[in-house]
Design a protein around this ligand. Structure first.
Ligand code: SF4
Length: 361
């Protein structure tokens, strides 16, 4: 399936383009106190190693805004400052060198504040994401449009867009997030039809890892397959370590972008001759931090194993004599089950190098 992307303007976030046909980027967000510079930097590094190309940090107070300068200097990826309620914090974040601001139309609405923020952002060539959340819609719009729905969400975004456009500021990314995946789909379709600002996709308050991943995958896949969306974030409760991983799985499953080796494994059944789940986990650990456009299969037995091995770049198949390693569909012999992680790491590196199957765009 080829996806025709909706036309959007392009903005640059610390040198990384969003929109205008640029690759759909994967974002995440830290969840440790922003004042703890060491903890934030360590989390940003971890998220970047898992594929986050942009990381957002919350800036709830002046102390956090002060910490931003050091965080931004040390970060390997562009940093977005998330601001609510207090326009002064937006100004401080811009002065600290933030690569992008995220503000919420539900709580920074004064025309004079918008002018100050946009003048400063314009001067520093910093884009702003207008991030509408279904949970913090202005009350007057909820009343006017009969609750939280695509019309009240779009009206909140539009009202804010107009305020920025009046100042001449158009370096904007838009996001409209609901905890309801299908409302997220509807409102982003509407936004895409009504304007050409690049769109940041996400389902807000999506839930813990399993439900959050499923809800995000449902909404994002529908929209991305329709060509809507220029950057994505999968929001999961708790540690954000899996957010970029799930984001990349969504892009990879839609054949939009591949960056990390793909592990496939059978569900297992009574025929399984090896510990498929354990081995697949070890394989996943052995490719941690590696980039490459390859597929590694772990199959429990000889029923579907050889067939999958033919289609995969590397395959581990259970047989009566233990685990057999297939490379490019050819059986290269048995491997020990005791240290899969140590054994496979080097094989994957050398396979990616020799085959030239490095990460796609
Ligand atoms: S590959 Fe073998 S073990 Fe795995 S599900 Fe299929 S039949 Fe069962």
């Amino acid at each position: 399936m080829s996806i025709r992307r909706s036309h959007t303007r392009q903005v640059s976030v610390g040198g990384l383009p969003i929109g205008g046909g640029s690759p759909i980027s994967v974002q995440s967000m830290t969840n440790v106190p922003t004042t703890d510079i060491e903890a934030v930097c360590s989390q940003i590094n971890m998220l970047a190693s898992r594929g986050a190309e942009i990381v957002r940090v919350a800036v709830p107070d002046r102390e956090s805004a002060v910490a931003l300068r050091s965080i931004i200097k040390k970060s390997p990826v562009p940093v977005v400052s998330d601001i609510h309620f207090n326009p002064e914090l937006a100004i401080m974040a811009l002065e600290a060198g933030t690569d992008k601001l995220r503000i919420n139309p539900g709580n920074i609405r004064q025309r004079s504040d918008i002018w100050r923020i946009s003048e400063k952002a314009l001067e520093q060539h910093v884009p702003i994401r207008i991030g509408v959340n279904s949970g913090s819609l202005p009350g007057d719009l909820r009343d006017k449009y009969g609750g939280v729905n695509k019309d009240s969400m779009w009206a909140a975004a539009h009202r804010h867009l107009v305020l920025f456009e009046e100042t001449g500021f158009r370096n904007i990314v838009l996001s409209l997030k609901s905890s309801d995946p299908m409302l997220t789909v509807e409102v982003n379709r509407l936004a895409s039809a009504e304007c050409d600002y690049p769109i940041h996709l996400g389902v807000t308050e999506a839930g813990p890892r399993l439900t959050g991943s499923v809800r995000s995958a449902v909404a994002l896949s529908i929209l991305l397959a329709e060509g809507i969306g220029d950057t994505i974030r999968v929001s999961l409760s708790g540690s954000p370590e899996k957010e970029p991983v799930v984001g990349w799985e969504i892009l990879s499953s839609l054949n939009i972008r591949r960056r990390f080796p793909r592990v496939i494994s059978c569900p297992t059944c009574a025929r399984a001759r090896i510990d498929v789940a354990g081995i697949a986990e070890s394989v996943q650990d052995s490719i941690e931090g590696k980039t490459g456009n390859i597929t590694i299969a772990v199959m429990g037995c000889e029923v579907n194993g050889p067939g999958e091995a033919r289609d995969a770049d590397i395959a581990l198949i259970g047989t009566p004599s233990g685990i057999q390693l297939f490379i490019d569909g050819k059986n290269t012999g048995g491997i020990p089950g005791s240290d899969i992680q140590g054994y496979l790491g080097g094989i994957v590196d050398s396979y990616i190098r020799k085959s030239g199957k490095t990460a796609g765009g």
